[in-house]
Design a binder for this molecule. Structure first.
Ligand SMILES: C=C(O[C@@H]1C=C(C(=O)O)C=C[C@H]1O)C(=O)O
Ligand SMILES: [Mg+2]
Length: 463
């Protein structure tokens, strides 16, 4: 089943224990094997049986999926310098690792997966007590599915006092559990209750924002609302992820665990992707629903493309992303006008951005410059984030924050965690927001957020 050419795992562990003893510090090892094609949802389900800490990522545009189980090493940071601090931790840990990898495929070997909250200055915790301000995990086991190929990475942090045989036994037990081909059918949760948090107060806050924009306090602000639901039983993670992957094909599917809670979503919005030095970012803002017939769908799309209010929402995003990307890239290419980006329940205005990253910058540098774009924060950036912190009725936590991954081959991708839910056993909070500009209408924005809740609601009890 395992096709590794690397030295036998016991030799590697022995070498790592010796090294850890000589240096008197822990030693990270990483071994990559090509394995039989492996179903990511079965792997995820098996993962939750051996370790709560399971993470999931599926790309919106490529056949590329990662499922992480357990952690060899976790990186945390909690202030405004969080991106730089995580970068320093990452550089230290991966540069001193012992790696056995003859494939060098993206998203294999030492990979960090995780996310950042929307606003590191937001101090209120509820309902995000379990989620640190930022957390990137180097998993113990990582399944990487790239097209028809599957790879399994095993990462272990070896301590000077570790016993070789104990580690070998534990690794082989866990690998066997993860790779035992399962054919389980998963069950989606049944919803028992649903509570919208203060819809009329939310509409008033939209109206207030339009007035504040007219007064010149700011140009655009994104305001979100929350829906709380509960179920008859604890939610089965693999069921929700499998159903999201089946129903939201043009979206990134993600799940991140912390202290037994899961932050899950199907977001269409890339923040930045790095493939060696090639950078891609996305401007996505401006929304209309899908039509019930093909004709109505085309007509709604045309309406969106030429609607001044939606074009204004979108243009703020294009201008800010251009500025941020130009500060660290060359060869920046941005089409003059947006096109439509269709999803199952709605369509957006979309402008792709491509560029080449200057040497010396990392993906995290780009994320730091971009986050939050006016698609999630507003314009100007700092004023809108302050406005959200003061006026929004919910704590965003990781909602609308950057979530994603990077590896040691200069690849990585972050999306913006919208169309998402925080799942706590048999309860969940869903979040949806919308860009408010001076011509926004509270009822229309409310309808827009209603449609944005559908992707998650449809797999969490139906809608
Ligand atoms: C804030 C959200 O979505 C954002 C707001 C959009 C809009 O107002 O048109 C469109 C896409 C996203 O950038 C969300 O879904 O919660
Ligand atoms: Mg909008």
């Amino acid at each position: 089943m395992l096709h590794t050419q690397a030295p036998q795992i016991n030799e590697i562990i022995e070498k790592a224990i010796n090294q850890a003893q000589e240096r008197n510090e822990p030693q990270l090892i990483s071994v990559v094997d090509q394995i039989e094609p492996s179903d990511p949802f079965q792997f995820l389900d098996a993962g939750t049986s051996i370790n709560n800490h399971c993470l999931f990522w599926r790309s919106a545009e490529e056949d590329f999926t990662m499922v992480a189980v357990g952690s060899a090493y976790k990186m945390y940071a909690e202030n405004e310098n969080r991106f730089k601090e995580i970068q320093v931790m990452w550089d230290n840990i991966h540069q001193s690792a012992l790696t056995y990898d003859e494939f060098n495929e993206k998203g294999t070997g030492i990979v960090a997966l995780g996310g950042f909250s929307f606003d590191s200055k937001q101090n209120d915790q509820v309902p995000w007590e379990a989620f640190p301000d930022s957390q990137m995990t180097i998993p113990a086991f990582l399944l990487t599915n790239k097209g028809p190929e599957s790879y399994l990475t095993t990462n272990v942090l070896i301590f000077p006092e570790d016993h070789k045989q104990q580690i070998i036994t534990q690794l082989s037990n866990h690998r066997e559990t993860l790779l035992r081909a399962g054919h389980k059918t998963f069950e989606l949760p049944v919803r028992t209750n649903s509570e919208e948090i203060d819809p009329s107060g939310w509409k008033k806050s939209i109206e207030q924002a339009t007035e504040d924009i007219k007064k010149g306090l700011l140009d655009k602000v994104v305001l979100a609302r929350e829906l709380r639901i509960s179920f008859n039983d604890p939610v089965q993670l693999a069921a929700v992820i499998e159903a999201l992957a089946a129903t939201q094909p043009n979206s990134y599917i993600f799940a991140f665990e912390s202290e037994g809670e899961y932050f899950v979503g199907a977001t269409p919005e890339r923040l930045a992707k790095l493939d060696k030095q090639h950078l891609v970012s996305t401007c996505l803002a401006g929304t209309i629903r899908r039509g019930k017939t093909k004709e109505e769908d085309v007509q709604l799309g045309e309406e969106l493309l030429y609607d001044p209010k939606n074009r204004q929402e979108h243009q703020f995003v294009v201008e800010m992303i251009r500025q941020a990307v130009e500060a660290c890239c060359y060869n920046v290419q941005i089409p003059k006008a947006p096109v439509l980006y269709p999803l199952k329940n709605l369509q957006h205005l979309f402008t792709p951005v491509t560029a080449v990253l200057e040497k010396g910058y990392t993906l995290l540098d780009v994320i730091e410059k971009l986050h939050p774009t006016p698609a999630l924060g507003g314009m100007p950036q700092k004023k809108s984030v302050d406005y959200i912190r003061t006026n929004e009725k919910l704590n965003r936590g990781w909602y609308a924050g950057p979530v994603g991954w990077f590896d040691m081959h200069n690849n990585g991708e972050f999306a913006v965690a919208i169309r998402s839910a925080l799942i706590k056993s048999d309860r969940a909070s869903l979040f949806a927001g919308c860009g408010v500009v001076e011509d926004s209408d509270p009822d229309a924005e409310y309808e827009e957020t209603d449609v944005k809740l559908k992707p998650m609601l449809s797999v969490l009890g139906g809608c």
